[in-house]
Design a protein around this ligand. Structure first.
Ligand code: ADP
Length: 575
């Protein structure tokens, strides 16, 4: 959310949108990001004299480093800061300037889903407001509404109804009591919030897709944002800033009520379940596999994934609608009603180098999505009309629809599964002799072979069987006294290791006149050549084993080279 949570980036994004839609994006005081916009700012000041400006650090908070000025020369040419036109006629309640802290929950950024919490904070200045003059520009408690600044003032009043910090519901009540149209006020606030998020949407969606390329179940992340809104004398809403980590500090019962409610409603609204962790791990596996097996995805695969994505979006949306608590959804407004914002989305996407081909692709994707949505809705309708299923559906909801679907998906996948580890499972059967209990596997068709390269859910039973097979094989290897044999082979003539008590006579080829010459512990490689043929003669030192204390099984991870033997020490074996 850096695109809107840093003051300079917010200024840049909203100024860009304002150039495209001057009327609609007049939601943010005119802003100059210094030093880049220095000359623009000076030109503006020459044309429009007697204006007041506010300068803020690019990425700061709590009113730190803010100054209000009238003289444009207060800004030096190379200075880094954000300068804004000062809204000198704010709406006042009881003569005090105030701003609204609105909590916004973004549950999904692809597609965008935005909720506003019905409660929030109204933060008031502690000195009655007067328009800026050269004499009062430095009075922070008159011009700034930050709690962190005003709480230190002796005029700060702690009162829920007429204090310096009030709940939004109290502020709304004040508007209603004074015959203002609260609905209209909040409609402009909603509009400001949606437009701001739309401006950041292309970057947000791009980042989301790069971080979660294969996430198809619901949204992979969420964010609570704190929007600071100022109302002017005409009750027009102006965006001051967006906080990506609004304070959850609660030093008064009022804070506690609002913020605790916000957090608990947020977790209630988000579809967080125990299965999510497992799902994420599965997705990670899938991603790694896809990266390893870089191959082009087929059209059907893309289509299937898109279909699953759309279904999941509809499911999440339905879930959120049932668990809204004190939230209300502001985007998407209602089905097909949100066309007012469509053109802003289109414009923002054009920033990412849109070509005629990409436009055509997007159009095609849109049609495809529409078709899938309709199909899903049709299916949903059919399901609801089937009487007997109603009950089961409700039960499903309790358990978590996603969980149920997940289980059935796994079951289906298990039923049509082709062996995931074809070679290893065959080996296991041969060595462990467990083949009888296993079903005869059909030869894999071309389609199935392709599917083996795809992600499959690992069947726990099969996995257990495979591990058991491996254990049996290890036992067999040990029973054949291979470790001791290897011990002997690797034994050094200088410091011969203790001979095994039950060493089998070595196979003939091993009692040849060649021995291992040196072992280097480097890249793990199997010791295959040891048994396959007498060691190849190489120039090098006579037989030495420098790692003879190693467990010979561990020697499978050693690189062995052979050399001619100059002195021979025939092994002594027990019969
Ligand atoms: P910070 O992140 O440091 O709190 P803000 O941008 O929120 O910075 O500004 C702090 C306060 O300054 C706001 O609460 C508001 O009262 C006042 N303020 C900021 N920008 C303007 C503006 N353009 N016009 C009028 N008042 C402003």
């Amino acid at each position: 959310m850096g695109e809107i949570c840093r003051k300079d980036l917010l200024g840049r994004n909203l100024s860009r949108m304002k150039k495209l839609f001057p009327k609609e994006y007049n939601i943010f005081p005119q802003t100059w990001v210094m030093p880049a916009d220095y000359s623009d700012f000076q030109t503006f000041c020459r044309l429009k004299k007697h204006k007041t400006f506010i300068s803020k650090p690019e990425a700061s908070c709590q009113g730190r480093g803010i100054s209000i000025f009238k003289n444009p020369k207060s800004i030096k040419p190379g200075e880094h800061c954000v300068v804004q036109q000062y809204i000198s006629r704010p709406f006042l309640i009881d003569d005090f300037k105030f701003d609204l802290r609105v909590y916004v929950l973004v549950t999904s950024c692809d597609p965008l889903r935005v909720y506003i919490y019905r409660d929030g904070l109204g933060r008031f200045a502690t000195i009655p407001y007067r328009e800026p003059t050269h004499h009062n520009l430095e009075e922070a408690c008159l011009h700034l509404t930050n709690y962190s600044i005003n709480k230190n003032s002796q005029d700060f009043i702690r009162d829920d109804v007429c204090g310096s910090k009030r709940r939004l519901s109290t502020v709304n009540q004040w508007f209603s009591d004074n015959d203002y149209d609260t609905g209209k006020i909040w409609a402009t606030v909603d509009d400001v919030i949606i437009k701001t998020l739309v401006a950041a949407h292309p970057v947000l969606r791009h980042n989301y897709r790069s971080c979660f390329p294969s996430h198809t179940h619901g949204s992979a992340c969420f964010e609570i944002l704190g929007f600071d809104i100022l109302l002017d004398r005409k009750l027009k809403a102006w965006l001051l800033e967006v906080n990506h980590s609004p304070s959850f500090h609660t030093d008064s019962p009022l804070d506690k009520e609002v913020k605790e409610g916000l957090l608990s409603d947020t977790f209630h609204l988000l579809d967080l379940r125990a299965t999510d962790r497992r799902r994420c791990m599965e997705e990670d596996k899938k991603r790694v596999q896809q990266r390893l097996l870089t191959r082009h995805r087929t059209k059907e695969e893309n289509c299937r994934e898109e279909e699953e994505r759309v279904r999941s979006v509809l499911r999440s949306q339905a879930y959120e609608e049932r668990h809204m608590g004190r939230f209300r959804r502001i985007y998407p407004v209602r089905e097909r009603e949100d066309d007012t914002y469509c053109r802003f989305f289109e414009q923002t996407s054009s920033l990412c180098a849109e070509t005629a081909a990409s436009k055509a692709r997007m159009e095609l994707a849109r049609l495809q999505r529409q078709e899938i949505e309709e199909k899903a809705k049709e299916e949903e309708r059919r399901k609801t009309t089937l009487g007997g299923r109603g009950e089961r559906r409700e039960k499903g909801e309790e358990m978590g629809e996603v969980q149920v679907e997940e289980q059935s998906r796994v079951r289906v996948a298990a039923r049509r599964r082709v062996p995931f580890r074809l070679t290893s499972s065959k080996k296991t059967e041969q060595t462990a002799g467990a083949g009888e209990s296993r079903k005869t596997e059909q030869p894999a068709t071309a389609e199935e072979t392709r599917e083996t390269l795809e992600y499959e859910v690992i069947d726990e039973e099969e996995e257990r069987e495979r591990l058991a097979g491996l254990q049996v094989r290890e036992r067999l290897v040990r029973n054949l006294d291979l470790p001791q044999t290897l011990s002997f082979l690797l034994a050094s003539p200088r410091s011969p290791p203790p001979l095994p008590t039950s060493t089998l006579p070595l196979p003939r080829r091993h009692s040849s006149t060649h021995h291992c010459s040196h072992i280097t512990q480097s890249t793990p490689q199997p010791l295959l050549s040891l048994h396959s043929k007498p060691f190849v003669t190489k120039s090098g030192p006579p037989f030495r084993c420098w790692q003879s204390s190693l467990d010979p099984l561990e020697a499978f991870g050693l690189v062995v080279t052979a050399a001619p033997v100059t002195s021979r020490h025939p092994p002594t074996h027990r019969p």
